[in-house]
Design a protein around this ligand. Structure first.
Ligand SMILES: [Zn+2]
Length: 188
């Protein structure tokens, strides 16, 4: 049965995250709570309540205000190995969003672009989920990169197939998580 969270539980959870209070309408309870609440019992604490955030200068305040609600929304999805999450603003980059990942040293830089700021809310959402999926797959991606270097050095087509596969999987997972969000938290 789906239970309803008390207001007290919601405010405690939001305040425990490292970001400022979100100001947009994307303040829904993290979606995994909704899934967890389908089983009996109390909601779990956020699994990543205090990831240190570094703003890579210059990130204008309006960009910070735009991205924070999305990061708050999906805080629970960041993997346990992530120790340092930075956010950079790269207005001219030709992509909706990009991520630099260093699994070995446990840091990630999420790059917000001008293109992302122009997207409608739902496409912004899936772009953030796509990048988080890249972060989740980083350990596998590292192994794959080593295999490409060792065994596919002479085979550009095979390397491209592997890269395409990663991109497709990230997009599929992002859209799957978003569909769950639509089902359980009313995201439109
Ligand atoms: Zn990608």
């Amino acid at each position: 049965m789906l239970l309803v969270l008390s207001a007290a539980s919601v405010s405690t959870a939001t305040a425990s995250f490292a970001f400022a209070q979100p100001t947009s309408d994307l303040t829904a309870i993290p979606i995994l709570w909704h899934i967890a609440l389908m089983a009996d019992g109390e909601p779990p604490a956020l699994s990543r309540p205090n990831i240190p955030i570094t703003w890579r200068e210059p990130v204008p305040p309006e960009v910070q205000r735009a991205i924070v609600p999305y990061l708050n929304r999906y805080a629970t999805l960041f993997p346990g190995w992530l120790e340092d999450l930075s956010v950079a603003y790269d207005p001219d980059r030709e992509a909706s969003m990009a991520t630099s990942i260093n699994y070995r040293n446990r840091w990630v830089i999420l790059r917000v672009t001008g293109e992302w700021l122009m997207l409608p809310q739902r496409e912004r959402d899936v772009a953030v989920l796509h990048e988080i999926t890249h972060v989740l797959l980083a350990p596998l991606q590292n192994v794959t990169e080593e295999i490409k270097k060792s065994f596919l050095k002479e085979d550009a087509f095979a390397r491209e197939m592997v890269d395409d596969g990663f991109e497709s999987v990230c997009e599929d997972v992002a859209r799957a998580i978003q569909r769950v969000g639509v089902m359980f938290s009313g995201l439109k």
